[in-house]
Design a binder for this molecule. Structure first.
Ligand code: KG4
Ligand code: ZN
Length: 344
């Protein structure tokens, strides 16, 4: 819940990672059921944290896509019901726009507002997109992944190596223990396009080839799966007990290659649009290797990352993106649809 001054009144996140972990990825049907179970208690908890009542609210914002339809439907139906019962305007927010606004909002709170036009790199489990963002929040898509999203690459490699789902945090924690130059993973050269698109499928295949060439990988992976069975979210120290040097080297090299691929598009993107600042957002923005490399490169403009809590999916980002729409009175009707794909 956000106040117009910008203060976070409450932020409650229900994680359903445990429900998906043993499947090595998000199972859509489980996701919608978990949403259905969580939504009422989560909203109740958010209200209780603030000490406010529903009558104190001015609007209800909800994401309508892109994402898994079943989960989106749960959120949108609940938000519409609230809006109807409380006679409050409904604001439909694009999930990706939410990731961008999490950073814009937080930077303003910290007294270092984002300068526009900004280049936004949105890197999550479903997206690897470069946008130009104007002061009035007009967006132009400059580049995107041709195949997997960066987070998806982390998750697939994590699953292959026995780190469960999501793979990003485990790989990130272990990458500093390996040599990023040890395994020369390469990226496919994209022949057509404007040079601002990304591709991670070649890298994913490279990791698979490396994996297949190793001796005794089954036992290694089995040991990690066993750890995962005992501790749903092992710490880096626990992972280190079942991850030998060769795998740490492969992990470090994989992460280094992803970061290189992501940042290789930033400088041309900055130049193409005359960006005054860089925004990096989405779950992969948590990645320490990406943060360090982005800061080291500098790009000659301020670089804004969200705090860890606002990097992965959360409600504050949806409320933050809703505020400009609230000011412009851009409201959605009760017939608002949800979308698996939703360009903006
Ligand atoms: O934004 P998000 O919470 O959900 C989507 O909209 O997809 O992003 C989740 C993604 C997952 O793929 C996860 O592996 C990745 O973000 N992720 C990370 C890290 N933390 C989360 N990837 C790399 N390094 C991390 N530290
Ligand atoms: Zn997201």
């Amino acid at each position: 819940m956000l106040e117009d001054s910008g203060t976070i009144l409450s932020s409650v996140v229900a994680s359903q990672l445990a429900a998906h972990a043993r499947y090595g990825g998000v199972v859509p049907e489980i996701a919608s059921r978990e949403h259905g179970k969580a939504i009422v208690p989560v909203v109740r908890a958010a209200m209780e944290e603030t000490g406010l009542v529903f009558a104190d609210l001015d609007a209800v914002a909800v994401t309508v896509g892109p994402g898994l339809i079943g989960s989106l439907l749960v959120g949108a139906t609940y938000a519409k019901s609230l809006s109807y019962a409380l006679e409050l305007p409904l604001i439909a927010v694009n999930h990706v726009e939410g990731h961008i606004h999490a950073v814009i909002w937080e930077a303003r709170q910290q007294g270092t507002p984002v300068q526009f036009p900004a280049l936004a790199l949105v890197v999550s489990g479903g997206h690897t997109h470069l946008f130009s963002v104007s002061e009035t929040f007009d967006y132009r898509l400059l580049g995107k992944t041709r195949d997997d999203a960066a987070g998806e690459a982390f998750d697939k490699v994590g699953k292959l190596l026995g780190f469960g789902y999501p793979g990003g945090p485990a790989i990130d924690g272990l990458a500093t223990y390996g040599n990023p130059k040890a395994v020369p993973f390469t990226l496919a050269k994209l022949r057509s396009g404007n040079g601002l698109d990304f591709s991670f499928s070649g890298l994913k295949t490279g990791v698979l080839r490396w994996f297949e060439a190793q001796e005794g990988m089954e036992e290694e992976v089995a040991a990690r799966r066993e750890l995962l069975g005992e501790h749903p979210r092992p710490t880096t120290e626990q992972w280190l007990t079942v991850t030998p040097k060769r795998t740490l080297d492969a992990i470090a090299s994989f992460q280094h290659t992803v970061v290189t691929e992501l940042l290789a598009r930033v400088r041309p993107g900055v130049e193409a649009m005359g960006a005054q600042s860089l925004i990096v957002s989405g779950g992969v923005a948590c990645n320490q290797g990406l943060r360090l490399a982005a800061r080291a490169r500098g790009f000659g403009i301020p670089v804004h990352f969200p705090s860890a809590a606002l990097s992965t999916d959360n409600a504050v980002m949806i409320a933050a993106a809703a505020f400009p729409k609230f000011e412009r009175q851009t409201f959605a009707g009760l017939d608002a649809a949800v979308y698996a794909q939703l360009p903006f």
